[in-house]
Design a protein around this ligand. Structure first.
Ligand SMILES: NC(=O)c1ccc[n+]([C@@H]2O[C@H](COP(=O)([O-])OP(=O)(O)OC[C@H]3O[C@@H](n4cnc5c(N)ncnc54)[C@H](O)[C@@H]3O)[C@@H](O)[C@H]2O)c1
Length: 332
């Protein structure tokens, strides 16, 4: 898979597509990105836009069916190319549509949110929500991922923060990045490159998430529960930040990890580290998450910065941490 990370890299799209030489090209994007960046693509290549509504609530089978129908209508074949232009919702949907249409078309991703540039568009996981988050999906490697940090200039500030939730996760997994984040100034090409490299290193060892890749779920056991219990109103990166704090506090209890190291980064970026949900409800949601192992509570826990372990944790410990992390308990 070719990953290009370059300021102004969007201008290389034509030559990338020429190399693939697809029969037809469709660009899947949403109503927001259509106004901002679609022309930059249509100026360079001949492609049919498929525009979907903006929002996580549209990451579902109905949207996929609309896309499949449109592809049939325009005479799409396996030798055709789908380009996903958007944040993680669009890249997940586009990749899922591409992997399933006629058993797989060419696929290119142009992630436009910070979170999609450092995470969602990397690693070949596709998915839609069905009864729960990302329950239906495939593993499918794109032919190219074109990451242009210039596209972030239209991104609302809150979405930058959202992406930083996943960046802090990478910082806990990699001590070199952790040190850089401590003296962090701004989101730039080198930060994106570093996160992508960390993710790729881990993914390449374990494409289908049987073993080591699971460490990328650091912070996601509690994070997914927070997303679900908030009715998906809380952004993914913020939920992961809360999940990272929970993992750090659990690790402190079970192995003496210094949770202050994680807290310091979350504070630096102004990311949340407490919640306002019923701890029991979070626990219930965690037990039915697909990342739980047959109902057991398995956590990725930091032993130190740059070193994590996968461990089963008892309910009592998890509940105590979730209770301690509630806003109201902090005000006491
Ligand atoms: N496949 C994976 O490995 C993976 C990993 C992490 C997250 N995800 C998925 O990614 C999704 C979250 O991604 P997200 O945070 O990018 O959300 P998103 O796609 O909803 O984008 C957030 C918002 O930013 C807007 N936006 C995006 N780029 C913009 C730009 N350049 N200028 C202005 N506005 C812009 C979007 O229209 C949207 O309103 C979730 O569904 C999550 O499950 C997937």
């Amino acid at each position: 898979m070719g990953i290009i990370i370059e300021k102004g890299g969007i201008r290389k799209l034509k030559s990338i597509v020429d190399d693939i030489s697809p029969y037809k090209t469709a660009v899947i994007t949403n109503t927001t990105l259509k106004k901002l960046w679609l022309d930059k693509i249509l100026d360079q290549i001949s492609a049919i836009p498929i525009v979907i509504p903006d929002g996580e609530e549209f990451k579902n089978i109905e949207t996929i069916q609309l896309i499949w129908k449109k592809l049939i209508e325009i005479g799409f074949t396996r030798k055709s190319l789908i380009i996903g232009l958007g944040g993680g919702v669009v890249t997940d949907l586009s990749a899922f549509a591409s992997s399933t249409f006629m058993r797989g078309t060419y696929l290119g991703l142009i992630p436009t949110s910070f979170l999609a540039q450092v995470d969602a568009a990397i690693g070949g996981k596709t998915g839609i929500n069905f009864e729960g988050k990302n329950i239906i999906g495939t593993f499918y490697m794109p032919d190219f991922v074109l990451i242009d940090p210039e596209l972030l200039k239209t991104l609302p500030r809150i979405e930058l923060l959202n992406g930083l939730g996943e960046v802090v996760k990478y910082g806990v997994l990699d001590s070199g990045l952790y040190r850089k984040l401590i003296s962090f100034r701004e989101v730039d090409e080198s930060l994106i490159r570093e996160c992508v490299d960390i993710k790729l290193r881990i993914v390449e060892e374990d494409l289908r998430e049987n073993g080591r890749r699971r460490i990328l779920n650091l912070g996601h056991t509690v994070g997914h529960a927070v997303e679900k219990v908030s009715g998906y109103k809380m952004k993914h990166g913020f939920a992961v930040a809360i999940g990272l704090m929970a993992s750090a506090l659990i690790a402190e209890k079970v192995s003496g990890f210094d949770s202050g190291k994680v807290e310091e980064l979350l504070d630096k970026f102004g990311l949340p580290k407490s919640h306002n949900f019923e701890p029991e409800e979070l626990l219930k949601s965690m037990k039915i998450d697909k990342k739980a192992w047959y109902g057991r509570l398995v956590f990725i826990l930091p032993e130190d910065i740059g070193k994590v372990t996968i461990r089963e944790v008892d309910e009592k410990t998890v509940l105590a941490v979730l209770k301690a992390m509630r806003y109201d308990s902090r005000d006491d």
